[in-house]
Design a binder for this molecule. Structure first.
Ligand SMILES: NC(=O)C1=CN([C@@H]2O[C@H](COP(=O)(O)OP(=O)(O)OC[C@H]3O[C@@H](n4cnc5c(N)ncnc54)[C@H](O)[C@@H]3O)[C@@H](O)[C@H]2O)C=CC1
Ligand SMILES: O=C(O)C(=O)COP(=O)(O)O
Length: 527
């Protein structure tokens, strides 16, 4: 097997490259390239490891013909076009905790820097001015800290602020009352926070709801002399309005680690009294960078080498222990999905995936993903487990999952049923011997068959001599039959023939088979 190739395109702790190599991947570290250079190179890689500098746009993804996974050594993935990655079947994963303590500490450091004007006092002292009377600070003890966003980082900031004897109020629509009590903070509405906070710190992702959350209007609602910290994302604060509020003295200080446009080499805020900033350093500590580098490389290598999925933003998780157990089921599920997809007509609106016996003890999500990948291939060649659920949703396909703990006739079974105009139609399969997928039932007829390569599917009226006439028609065309499976509802009733063929069946031969007496349906299948 050729080794998966990974590109590390942003500066990352060397542990990442080491882990990739140890886990069986080839790795290149090429940082600081232009989008055009990356676009020209990306086609050769199976994995792309990034931080916040590389922008993974639709154009990059279009050029990434081999890409299977994007790993973000950090938290925010706003530099990745996730819908585009999903529709291309590329998994996007991040490391949601590796740098959160470090980033929370940076926010606290910024709060102290604002409270005591440390950067300005440092510059003035080193300039030989000794301006002891210029730098009067404020104490943090007893002050109110307003958290906008109380997730991982906001939660850590809260514990530190409580340790500093501050009162912490938080606005976060997803924060439950119980969790707020557990954290020792007060859950409030945004307007209440704006009116009460002496310091405001932002810890939300940038979304349509959070963009400009500190707008000109909201800045006007803050307390006179408020100090504001943003170590989350540029775009959460209206930078022009912030500049005006600092100039007017309404906002006493602002500390930004992140900017609307990065790298921020110029800004109207630069040089404004009370304004301090750092160049997106929130995650930049030795500890955090080792954490995220190790974690991203482990997760990506796990996916590329074993199929394990951890911390993916566009796919359900699948642990390294589960992956080998699920692999044969996913192969079976994909074949069953593909079979119903190839044999059904018209626009199908419902698909059900049932697992029974041993299969019911497994994580069903990857099995469903594999069924959908097989099924959606009727609409698109580029479908896989990542993009299949999105495509299914786009097409309005209703997907249901059912587990039957009991064992039926088979020790383990996967069944796929689609709702058609003629009612529900279902196929089922099991695993034989060394985890070999086998079809065991097709549209209510028991039949054991391997679904592989080029196949011929025939529905006919059971009658003597029919099998011979099919063999003759195919033989006359020089087509060799590999295996031959037969099933029927009852003697003389509807029968199904499933043949594996050594080569593709040309349309004229299909037409000839179609003309044989008693034939109802003929279809060439491909697996
Ligand atoms: N400056 C830096 O270098 C770093 C920045 N970050 C950024 O910090 C931010 C927070 O990260 P985490 O705490 O790990 O994320 P998280 O997902 O754990 O927490 C985010 C919180 O924001 C809340 N939220 C969502 N929409 C909201 C809204 N409309 N109003 C108020 N709250 C809302 C969520 O409910 C959640 O509790 C992210 O944007 C991340 O990219 C993370 C690491 C380093
Ligand atoms: O993890 C995050 O969300 C960050 O913003 C850290 O960004 P960085 O990896 O330092 O470019």
């Amino acid at each position: 097997m050729t080794k998966p190739k990974v590109l590390i395109s942003d500066s990352m702790d060397p542990n990442a490259a080491r882990i990739f190599e140890e886990r069986g991947c080839d790795v290149d570290v090429i940082t600081g390239e232009t989008p055009e250079q990356l676009m020209a190179r990306i086609g050769e890689y199976d994995g792309l490891a990034i931080r916040s500098s590389t922008k993974v746009t639709q154009a990059i993804l279009d050029a990434a013909t081999n890409l299977k996974v994007i790993g973000r050594a950090g938290i925010g993935v706003d530099n990745v076009d996730i819908p585009a990655a999903s529709s291309k079947g590329v998994v996007v994963m991040n490391t949601p905790f590796g740098n959160s303590i470090t980033t929370a500490e940076h926010a606290i450091a910024m709060m102290f820097a604002l409270a005591r004007q440390i950067p300005e006092a440092d510059a003035s002292t080193q300039a030989g001015k000794w301006e002891k009377n210029r730098f009067m600070g404020v104490e943090l003890t007893g002050k109110t800290l307003g958290l906008i966003g109380a997730g991982n980082i906001g939660g850590i900031v809260a514990t530190r602020a409580l340790g500093l004897k501050m009162k912490v109020v938080a606005f976060d629509p997803f924060l439950t009352a119980d969790r707020a009590v557990e954290m020792g903070i007060e859950k409030v509405e945004l307007d209440d926070l704006l009116a009460r906070a002496d310091f405001i710190t932002l810890h939300t992702p940038l979304t349509d709801q959070t963009r400009n959350i500190l707008s000109k209007e909201n800045l006007a609602k803050t307390k006179q002399g408020v100090r504001i910290i943003n170590c989350a994302r540029g775009g959460l604060i209206d930078e022009a309005a912030l500049k005006a509020a600092l100039d007017s003295g309404h906002v006493a200080g602002a500390a930004l680690d992140v900017f609307e446009t990065e790298p921020a080499k110029e800004s109207p805020l630069f040089g404004t009294p009370g304004f301090i900033c750092t160049p997106h350093l929130g995650a930049s500590t030795n500890e955090a960078q080792v954490n995220v580098a190790l974690q991203v490389a482990e997760q990506m290598a796990d996916y590329l080498v074993n199929g394990g999925v951890t911390n993916a933003l566009n796919m359900p998780s699948l642990s390294a222990e589960e992956a080998p157990k699920l692999k044969p089921y996913m192969a079976l599920a994909e074949q069953l999905g593909s079979l119903v997809g190839q044999l059904s007509h018209g626009n199908l609106t419902k698909i059900a995936i049932e697992v029974e016996g041993a299969a019911a003890k497994l994580n069903i999500k990857p099995i469903t993903g594999a069924v959908l990948a097989g099924f959606m291939r009727r609409y698109s060649d580029t479908v896989n487990m990542v993009n299949a659920p999105f495509l299914a949703k786009e097409r309005g396909l209703e997907v249901s999952e059912v587990r039957h703990e009991r064992e039926g006739a088979f020790q383990t079974l996967v069944r796929v049923t689609v709702e058609t105009e003629q009612g529900p139609k279902s196929v089922a399969g099991t695993l034989f011997g060394h985890n070999a997928p086998r079809l065991v039932e097709i549209f209510g007829i028991g039949m054991e068959a391997e679904l592989t390569g080029d196949m011929l599917y025939i529905v006919n009226e059971d009658a003597p001599g029919f099998i011979g006439s099919v063999g003759t028609a195919l033989g006359k065309a020089g087509l060799n039959i590999g295996t031959f499976q037969l099933g029927r509802r009852h003697a003389g009733g509807e029968a199904i023939l499933l043949l594996t063929m050594d080569s593709e069946i040309p349309q004229p031969v299909l037409d000839d088979v179609c003309k044989l007496a008693g034939v109802k349906t003929v279809k060439a299948l491909k697996f």
